[in-house]
Design a protein around this ligand. Structure first.
Ligand code: SF4
Length: 341
């Protein structure tokens, strides 16, 4: 049977990862949230940091949101960090620290969709529910040569039905782990290792010349372009920063005030700004956005600014949760400063 061959392959080839040695739903939930849209190599140090700093769901719930976002810094998709904290508070304070023990209970929690609920339900509670992430979609569509767009409800339902027929009743956790690992390591998007694949003879796509075409989507995700003009005010070594409140990008993180290009000269003049320098444009890619960012740096003699925000020393700014572009800006500045010295 296909699934038994994939499980045998998994038992021989699986990577050793810390969240695979536990049935504690808190650790499994943490790992699954950290790994959403994130490669294992990038997520692993974050998992280690979070489990060390917050060994229980109560520790995470009792931390401040800024502290949690600061620890999350660099992982991107910051709504995951905010949802993680909100769900920890809910589990700690409303559920006495106990996670729901079923898919239907887990999927109601903030930040948990069908895949994550299925993963936690099967890994922690051995519920027979297939966890279908992008890796599993790829494996199933190739194995069964499903030549249809995978972003339609009908195809997803078909994949779900096939998965239900394959998943083991006794060890659903092992089946789910094996399928995901198989997709991540062997049946990869660009270079599937078909020559050493244990289910090559059963794979209906293998004889097709263009098997890499599968899976595919019906629509392309539209990328929005946006330009940010940051004003970096410096006064006696301190920086003026604001917390983002809108729900567009980087909610609750700290960055610099922004202005429209036409407003900048008048604003700088009214503030009597000295040594003004604007950086070349920096491109920063988010999931569905392409940002072009300019930093206009200047020094101010006076601390009073008619803008929302506050002054922070570099040490204070270091402790704030910030988007990666702002972290990079500070390290670039520190490097330039050190080089000049
Ligand atoms: Fe994937 Fe190739 Fe194996 Fe088919 S034969 S399941 S495409 S690795």
């Amino acid at each position: 049977m296909i699934q038994n061959k994939i499980i045998s392959w998994y038992l021989k080839n699986k990577r050793t990862l810390p969240w695979r040695n536990t049935q504690n739903p808190y650790f499994i939930w943490l790992s699954e949230i950290i790994l959403q849209q994130t490669r294992v190599a990038q997520g692993l140090p974050y998992y280690e940091k979070f489990t060390e700093k917050y060994p229980t769901v109560f520790d995470l719930a009792n931390a401040g949101e800024e502290e949690v976002l600061r620890l999350w810094q660099g992982l991107g998709y910051y709504s995951r960090g905010r949802n993680l904290h909100a769900t920890a508070r809910y589990i700690a304070y409303e559920c006495a620290g106990r996670f729901p023990d079923s898919f239907s209970g887990l999927v109601r929690l903030k930040g948990i969709g069908n895949y994550t609920a299925a993963a936690i339900a099967s890994f922690a509670f051995r519920e027979k529910v297939p966890a279908i992430d992008g890796n599993v979609v790829r494996v199933i569509t190739r194995l069964y040569n499903i030549d249809k767009p995978v972003d339609t409800p009908a195809t997803l339902q078909e994949i779900g039905q096939i998965s239900l027929g394959l998943i083991s009743t006794v060890e659903p956790d092992l089946y789910n782990q094996a399928m995901m690992e198989f997709g991540a390591i062997l049946c990869t998007p660009k270079n599937p290792k078909c020559d050493i694949c244990p289910v090559q003879t059963e794979c209906l796509s293998f004889p097709q010349k263009d098997l890499l075409r599968i899976p595919y989507k019906s629509k392309k995700t539209r990328v929005l372009e946006r330009t940010l003009h940051y004003l970096v005010f410096k006064h006696r070594g301190s920086f003026f920063m604001k917390q983002r409140t809108g729900s567009d990008i980087w909610q609750n993180l700290f960055d610099f005030p922004e202005a429209e290009p036409g407003e900048i000269p008048g604003l700088l003049q009214s503030l009597n700004a000295g040594s003004v320098h604007t950086s070349p444009p920096i491109t920063h890619i988010l999931s569905h956005r392409k940002l072009t960012i300019f930093f206009t740096r200047c020094t101010l003699q006076d601390k009073s600014i008619p803008l929302q925000g506050a002054w922070f020393t570099p040490e204070e700014a270091e402790k704030l949760p910030k988007p990666k572009v702002i972290v990079d800006f500070f390290s670039q500045m520190a490097r330039t400063y050190t080089d000049k010295k």
